[in-house]
Design a protein around this ligand. Sequence first.
Ligand SMILES: [Zn+2]
Length: 697
Amino acid sequence: MDRMLPPRYDPTEVEPRILAFWEEQDLWRCNPRSGKPPFSIVIPPPNITGRLHLGHNLVYTLQDLLIRYKRMAGFEACWFPGTDHAGIATQNVVERALAREGVTRQDLGRDGFVRRVWEWKERYGNEIIDQLRVLGCSCDWSRQRFTLDPGLSRAVTLAFVRLHEEGLLYRGDYMIHWCPRCGTALSDIEVEHEEVDGHLYFVRYPLKGGGHVTVATTRPETMLGDTGVAVNPRDERHRHLIGKTAVLPLLNRRLPIVGAEEVDPEFGTGVLKITPGHDPLDREIGKRYGLPTVDILNSDGTINAHGGPFAGLDRFAAREEVVVRLKAAGFLEKVVPYRHAVGHCQRCRTRVEPRVSTQWFMRMKPLAEPAIAAVREGRIQFVPERWAKVYFDWLTGIRDWCISRQLWWGHRIPAWYGPDGEAFVAHDREGARRLARERYGEEVPLRQDEDVLDTWFSSALWPFSVMGWPERTAELDVFYPTSVLVTAFDILFFWVARMVMMGLHFMDEVPFREVLITPFIVDEHGRKMSRSRGNMIDALEVKESHGMDALRFTMAQSSTKGREMRVSMRQLDEARNFENKLWNMARFILANTADLPPTAELDGRPLAPEDRWIRSRLSWLVEKVRTELDRYNFHLASDALYHFAWHELCDWYLELAKLRLGGEDVEARATCQLVLREALGIVIRLLHPFMPFLTEE
Ligand SMILES: [Zn+2]
């Protein structure tokens, strides 16, 4: 720094200029062949529909901090960036845009719709990346990937084909969660259960030969799919009913009464209506007794032809209509208020329906076992450690993963079907044709699966697909496994656990050595931030008011290892004040050392007691910041820097230095200048990962 600094630090002027400088210099391109020890991070790829919120900010700030710190410490530090195609989320956004034009995706057809989504992606899909750049993220942008780009799509197809060959994928009719708004199946973890105030309807089912039984249900419209009635054989009140036949009101379907241990005598009347098409337990019981499975829903949640007179009604309208008719015909015994958990689509908040449907599934047990072992044996470490328990709990009880989605935006499933419905899984249509010829002995028309894969399927391959897998690349040799994954807790199951499983399966090695789970951000009173509450801190507004460095420093300073971390505007103000303090300190030191020859050395000069003191504090600080960053104690590292710079360097040393700087003794003055220059250099370097813009300036 050989120029005078302006009197006031203005981040809105400095930050964009520094950013342009960095990008022009192309400083973050990494070289797998440099011979330096590697340090690597893969970015949690933000959705192309995303907008940077404070939670993202935290995750990306900490990653950038680590990358800059390691880069300065002599590592070949590579941060792999990219974005996620975000199947349902993106399809929803584009469908909403089309709706404003009065067009549906069906109007456009599959190819036309997918083209529209690509156009949307070209226009808006990079906004989130621009926001990361503005934050100062020092990714190797030359390596930016997209989960639907040709290379990653090839990786997805290959993974699917291999898993299929290994017997880890299967297709069949199973109970899944169906979102009628999105028109697709969902995996278990894409459904969020919420307590709602509903009703319990008590309905009389007449018995053939006289009398009746009463069943209780929260979803009376599902009776349209009933194919049986069950009681617990140990239930004295009801066991005489086993073997008799009930008659379904309104539809007059005959329902055999069966005995099943799973029936809870405490629920309702202890008599259970069996709806194998729309309830997992009923499906089990129905299978055991050969009761037919009747799916009463169309994919949009309206009732289909199985619903007789109710066909065409929306499921909720059908519920009302069923209740009205039951009441009119004297079948409705009573209705009582009932609070119960109902599943909602994570993407659109619509109530989901359990439904039997033909889908692809991944067998998870054999994949979960090595993933559990990797953490148990310490090959992957969770920070904070308590997250390992959450991880074990989920993996131990894991169920098969429904991976097919009835969407158009995503990786289309590489399966083709022959005329008899036989599936041929191959890398491409040609491969499927070969398999089909072998089977049928002749050319037959093949039809590709209409479905796409769950967006998390490609995300699970991310740590090695971004490095060029399935090719054997120098990047994979050097940077895999990555050093640390930094992520929020809410994608522990969606993403982290699945990456571990896929990494171990395809690479025979964990995808990362450590997983740093960031705390959940709350406001200064410990309340969740939300738009409706008005306590949101908008990252992009903060950029204008305080600058990104202030935000980054606040993020680091608040990032404890608790479950939650509090962030307030007051902290941002303090960080902004700290910047000014640093700025003034730098101005003072530069102004007072301007006449010092660059070659002057501190070695061999007699030191004043305060020189020895501040230099010993500096060595302590260097050690402290390193130790705390190595332990991911960002708050302790930033606190140490803050207190040293403000209270020791500025409040004490600078004040004492003024005597010698203004004194007559030329040698004493030079010594003091040298100590000041050294201190400034060290503080600036230590602060750089936290406040890259200010320190670069
Ligand atoms: Zn939905």
